[in-house]
Design a protein around this ligand. Sequence first.
Ligand code: SIN
Length: 280
Amino acid sequence: MAREISINPLTAHGFFAEIVGADLADPSDDAQFATIKAAHLAHGVIVIRDQRLTPDQQIAFSRRFGPLAIHVLEDQLLAGHPEILLVSNKTEDGRYVGLPDAGRFWHTDQSYERRPALGSLLYALEVPSDGSGDTLFCDMSAAYAALPAATKDRLNGLRGMHIYDHGHKAFALGEAQKARLPGHDHPLVRTHPETGRKALYLGGKVLKHVIGLEADESAALLDELYAHCQSETFVYRHKWRLGDLVFWDNRCTMHFAQPYDDATYTRHMHRTTVQGDIPV
Ligand code: SIN
């Protein structure tokens, strides 16, 4: 019997939707997969509630969207499951088991690579009991659509240089890791390969400068774009519940993990990342 899945948009303009009634533990359910894929494309970010997933089940479901990326920080991957990046402030023997401060600035995943991530699936296994540790999401398609025509014209053909240097509090890249990630340039506006919609493609502190502009001109343009897209109109704040699996489309959104009291509370999540194509 087909599952009863409901899709509830959580903003007035349809960005970010909640999905209730799905069970991702069964990745072979084609009808469910088609519903979730369509919702992901339509809403940019979806939260699939009430999941109970083993690492193998999360990996199998994620793989239905494409090959999975293995994160460069190999010490922060789940043992035996390198497809899973641990986003966690748990410690074992005095060291963090995962990344305690992943994504603490506006960004889109792996924008420093030639083929940045299509999407990321973050599954909440433990969340702070005081309700903190939210993630903000920004609708970059709506933000682009709302730009004045003169700004759209100005952005036409401009490209930005993206370089990995997150400055995580506990980890620095080794020389071999740095050599693997020289950085890449991408258009400031990209066209979504599946929906055809245009979106701003920025990267927070990973996006170093706009190619061909003087440093001050580049900084002023990026400041103007960030101020525009980070206005309340385009941003949704997700408050995590246990069992949430949030799946965001990196091709048309940015996200920003909010700090929380990590000396008091545990926030433990498994992230899988689907490889994408070259932004155009
Ligand atoms: C990330 O950027 O992958 C982490 C987001 C979060 O922890 O909310």
